[in-house]
Design a protein around this ligand. Structure first.
Ligand code: FES
Length: 76
């Protein structure tokens, strides 16, 4: 899916940029040109960036937020 029509940037481009180290919208702007023209892609680009960063982080270090985690209660 195209994220930035003006620069023909897709989700795959963003995923590749994240794999190459992009972590902020500024990084995507510098590397891919997203938001540099009309700017309408900013919100979607940020969502794609966040998703790709989360995915890259989970596959790299295996850390995933476990919302079902309940810490042990230690009786005093
Ligand atoms: S859609 Fe990205 S700058 Fe226009």
């Amino acid at each position: 899916m195209y994220v930035c029509i003006c620069r023909a940037v897709t989700e795959k481009h963003i995923e590749s940029a994240v794999q190459a180290g992009a972590r902020r919208l500024r990084d995507l702007r510098e590397q891919l040109g997203v938001t540099e023209e009309c700017g309408r892609c900013a919100k979607c680009a940020k969502q794609c960036l966040d998703g790709a960063v989360e995915q890259a982080c989970a596959s790299t270090c295996g850390s995933v937020v476990d919302y079902a985690y309940t810490p042990l209660q230690i009786a005093a």
